[in-house]
Ligand binder design. Structure first.
Ligand SMILES: *[C@@H]1O[C@H](CO)[C@@H](O)[C@H](O)[C@H]1NC(C)=O
Ligand SMILES: *[C@@H]1O[C@H](CO)[C@@H](O)[C@H](O)[C@H]1NC(C)=O
Ligand SMILES: *[C@@H]1O[C@H](CO)[C@@H](O)[C@H](O)[C@H]1NC(C)=O
Ligand SMILES: *[C@@H]1O[C@H](CO)[C@@H](O)[C@H](O)[C@H]1NC(C)=O
Ligand SMILES: *[C@@H]1O[C@H](CO)[C@@H](O)[C@H](O)[C@H]1NC(C)=O
Length: 481
């Protein structure tokens, strides 16, 4: 009841956004869910034969990368709390739950001679219990936590990564594909190949990103090829969880408008163009080739994909998985070619902090989602789109999270508009995150959850936030009010 009043009050304040949306209801098959990943919630880093992962290494040995010096050793202890977590998912009223499988729980070393029966049983039980609760499991095959041994071989710079990940995916399809019908091959290829490389010292910038991207695309298509063996019997759908922010030009100048478009192509088109259209975006191919030449290189820093990979990549996703959080204002750098190559220089765009107040930022984030969905519809032939992540962060524990609730309301209104007015084929929404968790370089500082977790309490006590009520009301009513 109070919640309805809150939503009406919010819609009044943001009336341009909510006004029409209150007339519509989500389609019956629209799927509401929440998302997590293994390293961020499971803990139990050293139990039941689990192997040492890249993120075990980062948190134990590199350390400086994580702002609060924390680890995922225990995290939310979800590995030991399957029943508690499923009860909470039921309270949220989700249709699906997106989680990831820890590669090191299945193949501890990443090599196929060493299989962990306990790890296999853990996910088997999780999947069965979700289905018993009426919740569809959406499984991310790779969410950044590859075996550390594979990192020693170069990780995403090792061309055989595609073979290793395809072997691992093959076993997952064999084990769980009878029950799992949505597979995300790789989470956030952009973050994996840009943000992760930004923090690596001595790595050649403006090369490493594209080399990683090439191997990520090879890995995706290798998994896709493996799935063809199972497709006719299992009938699941595959995609990556592509990530991009909404890019608004900082001014009305043609140069800034072009820069925002170019950034969409560099950040999103980089991975989506190959899997939809069968190659990198033309603006990337041309720009990087021309900059590389001006910088004195023998060949383009963007390594080409092989004709076989390109042919198989084209059409290698059954829907577009979209992770999106924010809005960036973008201005042109006027084509300045830096002596030292970098991905950001190749993009030709500067990102400006808009410095908006909270309520305006929430309004603009929702608007940005609408703009992005239209852009995807136009550029990729009106594909099915599923939001695989979207969420709101705060840097402190806060159970009365009005801003996060407002964000969910604003984005719900926008999704209804996108579906009914813009005719975007949006079929699912996954809020990130189910609960507060280990947020990579932000450790336990950054909170995205609908559920608060007390990380000082050995039992990792969970508590529903206000936003959990907002989310579950919308998910169960399947409309805004
Ligand atoms: C596993 O990790 C926990 C938590 O970090 C630690 O307390 C425990 O001693 C470790 N167990 C083994 C067998 O290494
Ligand atoms: C499998 O991997 C685990 C974890 O790295 C290791 O302790 C074990 O010795 C390995 N077993 C085989 C047969 O390689
Ligand atoms: C790009 O050119 C415009 C118009 O000449 C100018 O206002 C702007 O400051 C330039 N930006 C950069 C990053 O050089
Ligand atoms: C927030 O920013 C918007 C846009 O600049 C402005 O219209 C609004 O008055 C601001 N609200 C507050 C509370 O400062
Ligand atoms: C949306 O995509 C789904 C899955 O591909 C398809 O079944 C459905 O017909 C599409 N709906 C529209 C309105 O295009």
């Amino acid at each position: 009841m109070e919640l309805t009043i809150f939503i009406i009050a919010f819609c009044y304040i943001q009336r341009t956004l909510c006004f029409d949306a209150t007339l519509y209801k989500f389609p019956n098959d629209f799927s509401f869910g929440v998302a997590t990943s293994a390293y961020q919630i499971e803990g139990a880093w050293n139990v039941s034969g689990k192997g040492y992962s890249y993120w075990d290494y980062i948190t134990h040995e590199v350390k400086v990368v994580v702002e609060d010096g924390s680890t995922g050793d225990v995290a939310c202890d979800s590995y030991h709390k399957t029943d508690v977590d499923i009860a909470l998912l039921k309270r949220l009223g989700v249709n699906h739950y997106r989680f990831s499988i820890a590669w090191t729980r299945i193949y501890p070393t990443g090599m196929i001679n060493n299989i962990s029966r306990d790890g296999i049983a853990y996910y088997d039980n999780l999947i069965n219990k979700l289905l018993d609760a009426g919740i569809k499991p959406w499984v991310t095959i790779y969410h950044w936590d590859h075996p550390y041994g594979i990192q020693r071989l170069g990780g995403w710079f090792q061309p055989k990564m595609a073979d290793y990940i395809a072997d691992y995916a093959d076993l997952l399809f064999k084990l769980y594909g009878d029950r799992v019908k949505t597979w995300i091959t790789i989470n956030e290829p952009y973050s994996l190949c840009v943000n992760a490389i930004n923090v690596m010292a001595y790595i050649p910038k403006g090369f490493a990103e594209y080399m990683c991207g090439q191997n990520v695309l090879r890995a995706h298509v290798a998994i896709w090829r493996v799935y063809q063996k199972y497709r006719s019997t299992q009938n699941g759908k595959l995609s990556m969880a592509f990530n991009v922010q909404a890019h608004f030009p900082a001014t009305d100048s043609p140069a800034d408008i072009e820069a925002a478009e170019r950034l969409n192509q560099f950040a999103f088109g980089w991975f989506v163009n190959p899997v939809v259209h069968g190659n990198y975006p033309k603006v990337m191919i041309d720009t990087i080739a021309s900059y590389s030449e001006k910088q004195g290189f023998k060949e383009s820093r963007l390594p080409p994909l092989s004709p076989e990979d390109l042919a198989d990549l084209k059409g290698s996703c059954d829907f577009i998985g979209l992770n999106t959080y924010d809005v960036y204002l973008v201005s042109s750098n006027n084509g300045t070619v830096d002596v030292n190559p970098s991905y950001s220089n190749d993009c030709g765009a500067n990102i400006i902090d808009p410095n908006w107040n909270v309520s305006y930022a929430i309004h603009m984030k929702a608007k940005g989602l609408g703009v992005l969905l239209n852009w995807i519809k136009k550029n990729y032939n009106n594909p099915e789109v599923r939001i695989t992540e979207q969420g709101y962060w705060e840097d402190a524990r806060n159970v009365f999270d009005f801003d996060r609730s407002a964000y969910i309301v604003a984005n719900t209104a926008q999704m209804l508009k996108s579906i009914y007015k813009d005719k975007v084929n949006l079929t699912a929404y996954s809020y990130w995150s189910f609960m507060d968790n280990f947020e990579w370089n932000k450790g336990y500082i950054r909170k995205y959850g609908l559920i608060d977790v007390d990380f000082k309490d050995p039992t990792r006590k969970r508590r529903l936030k206000l936003s959990a009520g907002t989310f579950s009301t919308i998910a169960s009513n399947r409309k805004l009010i």
